[in-house]
Design a binder for this molecule. Sequence first.
Ligand code: NAP
Ligand code: ZN
Length: 365
Amino acid sequence: MNINYSMPTRVIMSDGCIAANGGLMRSLGKKALIVTGRSSARVNGAYADVVDALTANGQDFALYDKVMSNPTVACAYAGAAVAVSEKCDFVIAIGGGSPMDAAKGIAVLAVNKVAPSDIFSVNVINALPIAAVPTTAGTGSEVTQYAILTNDAACTKTSISSPELFPRIAFLDAKYTKSLGKDVAINTAVDALSHAVEGMLSARSSPISDALALDGIELISECFEALESGTLTDSVREKLLLASTLAGMVIANTGTTAVHAMGYSLTYFHDIDHGRANGLTLGYFLEFVSKTEPGLVENILRAMNKKTVADFQKALDMLLGKHEKITAVQIGTYAEKAFNTKNIGNCKVKPSKEELIIILTKAVG
Ligand code: NAP
Ligand code: ZN
């Protein structure tokens, strides 16, 4: 057995966890830059809870609230400029994966001089400390070392990865996800499912990451009906948030696979939400892997309480609805782009470019 598992983020989950544990942020610095999206954190209560905790700690803060979905490199530079001018010495991310990833980019750029053309190749050896408050239940960015930014130079999304980017603390309070619309709740849950499944299909999976992944898959599958009907109880929201953090712990150790590689083009060129973009190909990638590794796929299906890959696909499609359609030329281009990513080397069963074309054609052809 060969295990190399790491998870340095302190994870605190409860109703009211920021009020009860906000004192932990004292160790992060004197002045925070709060990084968030345009509005949701003010509606769901997370922003007020963070501000109250900082005030109780006697810590100052500045605000950068201009993070858009699929954050750009320019957004990370703009946030870093605020961090520098306001003399912030730590960062608190509040929101979905977009603000959390932007906050990580900001944490790097605030203390490193990096040209925009070098941002995806920089070896990050220091960054401002980060605390994360997820308000979607999907990306798991609160427990990963990845900052995924839109890479216009390469027409895709690319990650900056460094152990320095693991948030020091993640505060999980499911009540912040109450204000999520049905589509975002579904797309983010599907992203988390994709992380857990891809983690098991990764060449870097281990018994520890598999245990987390299987738990995550089971939890998410228990929420499928509620997601479909749009009637999420508090306990379902808690399950989804826990599952997304477990799945984040998985990909922090396994990375993602061909599914995310294909999804990046669907998001970049067709503006399809990240989680949905993954969900569109997930079942077909599972079908592809099942031909070589049937036992592995059976384990995943068992956790989903499904007998066949077709049952898995059917359940997923109940959430996703009708798939988008793209042209054969576009499929060829995206298969080529996906094939050239490191995600393919990360797959236990490595697809050829032609096999990616088949998967994409079944999904969105
Ligand atoms: P998101 O882009 O962060 O947010 C999507 C939308 O949901 C935004 O309009 C946001 O509004 C809103 N929203 C967030 N929380 C809400 C709440 N509690 N109530 C109502 N609306 C809320 O979506 P996401 O799916 O969480 O994140 C996707 C990003 O994460 C992608 O860029 C993806 O590449 C990245 N990702 C990162 C990792 C990683 O390990 N780093 C892993 C997977 C995915 P506001 O703008 O007003 O906040
Ligand atoms: Zn993802």
